[in-house]
Design a protein around this ligand. Structure first.
Ligand code: GDP
Length: 341
């Protein structure tokens, strides 16, 4: 670890969705002590299926950080089987939402803990601990917030739009049901408040970070946070590495460029990390008052995750030092030469 990186006592909070966000998170876990990192997760994609509470983004984080993830897919458990789902199919149920047998084990345990009256955050922290994960994995809220997509075929819940309809229907609007009545989980609020660095992972700003920002009080907590706030753009050359980020940004009147990412996080970030391919946007972003790092943001393999995480942490420590220097009182005036009569 280089001398400038956040020190052990420094706390880092990272806001993450699923597959894209967790790549950076995985890199961060290699560089920071477990207890220094809080991963605040999206729950807008959560669903109830045959009585089970499924948290797809939280599970992608849990499986990745515990080493259980199916690396090829980027989600689900490695070498999982689908016997339970086959049985459900025999009863004539629709089985387009894939739940592996091992994955179902997580949902059974989560649901049973929730039924005992425990909060989603308590349950998630417990699951992470039992999987041997050092970082704190924290849902953004304990309250039900659900993402819906308005299309010409009507309002679709996020998984119907994303998995069943393969994000083909044009997006007219994105809605977060329940967000007005939701509040940040106390653990998420505390993580934002105590972090010296807050990162927004390269996740879909609308579908993954949007549900968190829609929670009453979450945006304010981020706006007022004392830590350095840095987002990493999920777009490279105007395209998403994967998924419907471009469609969803355009539907919410955000250009699919680093400018759109900066607009999505207006007033909430101090700096933006963009891809080298998008360096032409740097001057305009700086005019918005943002510090900008242009680098190679594609995270290929484990090395790529580690490299970007290290670059981001180094950049944060440079910005942190700069900030501290700017806050120092100006140089004291040296007393002039004593007048000699
Ligand atoms: P989801 O909840 O599983 O859809 O995952 P996220 O919202 O966390 O991630 C989706 C976003 O990750 C997409 O916008 C991708 O462009 C972005 N993404 C995936 N891999 C990379 C990468 O290696 N680098 C960057 N910069 N973005 C990535």
């Amino acid at each position: 670890m280089s001398a400038g990186r956040p020190r052990t006592a420094d706390r880092v909070a990272v806001l993450s969705g699923g597959i894209g966000g967790v790549k950076l998170v995985e890199g961060l876990t290699e560089l920071l002590p477990g207890d220094a990192l809080s991963v605040i997760c999206n729950t807008g994609d959560d669903l109830e299926l045959w009585g089970l509470h499924v948290s797809p983004d939280v599970d992608t984080v849990l499986y990745t950080l515990s080493g259980l993830v199916n690396r090829e897919q980027g989600w689900g458990v490695e070498s999982d089987t689908y016997e339970a789902l086959e049985m459900v199919k025999r009863y004539g149920e629709a089985t387009w939402f894939l739940l592996g047998d091992r994955d179902i084990g997580t949902h059974l345990l989560r649901t049973s803990m929730l039924r005992q009256g425990r909060r989603l955050t308590e349950v998630t922290l417990e699951l992470a601990r039992r999987l041997g994960i050092g970082a704190r994995v924290i849902p953004a809220t304990d309250d039900p917030v659900r993402t819906f997509v308005l299309t010409p075929d009507g309002e679709l819940d996020f998984q119907t739009y994303f998995v069943r309809r393969r994000f083909e229907p044009p997006v007219e609007e994105v809605r977060f049901h329940g967000a007005d009545d939701a509040v940040p989980s106390p653990e998420a609020a505390a993580a934002l408040l105590t972090a010296s660095t807050i990162l927004i992972a390269p996740s879909n700003p609308v579908a993954s970070i949007g549900p968190m920002l829609a929670v009453r009080g979450f945006r304010q907590a981020l706006a007022q946070a004392g830590g350095l706030r840095v987002a990493i753009s999920p777009l490279i050359g105007g395209e998403a590495v994967k998924g419907p980020t471009v469609q969803m940004m355009e539907a919410t009147n955000l250009p699919a460029t680093p400018i759109g990412v900066a607009q999505a996080y207006e007033g909430l970030i101090d700096a933006l990390v963009i891809d080298r391919q998008d360096v032409a946007y740097k001057p305009e972003l700086e005019e918005f008052g943002l510090s900008v790092l242009a680098t190679d943001t594609l995270m290929e393999g484990f090395e790529g995750r580690l490299r970007l995480a290290a670059e981001v942490l180094d950049y944060c420590s440079v910005l942190g030092l700069k900030r501290a220097r700017e806050r120092e009182p100006g140089p004291r005036k040296e007393p002039g030469p004593r007048a000699v009569d």
